[in-house]
Design a protein around this ligand. Sequence first.
Ligand SMILES: [Zn+2]
Ligand SMILES: [Zn+2]
Length: 153
Amino acid sequence: MGLLDGLVKGLADIIPDQGNPELKAYKAQNELKDLSEKENLIFAKLGRQLYADGGADRYPEIRTELDALANARRAVEERIKAASDEVEAKKKAAQEEEARRCPGCGATNHEGAGFCSECGTKLSAPKRFCTNCGAEVPAGSRFCNECGQKMEE
Ligand SMILES: [Zn+2]
Ligand SMILES: [Zn+2]
């Protein structure tokens, strides 16, 4: 049921029908729709039970359809994952660029620069993170404090 349908139905439930036959018919039709939806849900449940209970072998054409659906689902799930990975990568790139930005003049410096190439402001050392456990590793540390992973220079 759509949001609008739900709203209209909700209103119809509140408004007394006052003997209005059109409203009475409308309300009854809505009740019928609800009952049909409930019936469909029960049949869906029954279908799942039968399918699990040997139906997959008894109805190979349905199995084929469901398998195709499962494949399509996996493909969509992979697209969702790829998209959220992309979002993460963009966020990280933005953070990295922000970290290289000079607090004095706003110029973007190359990674690891000690001083701004535009105005000479001292730049704080960029944060480093362990490639194994993700913990922040202080500048100059050769090993991760958390897991002992050797840091690349
Ligand atoms: Zn600067
Ligand atoms: Zn670590």
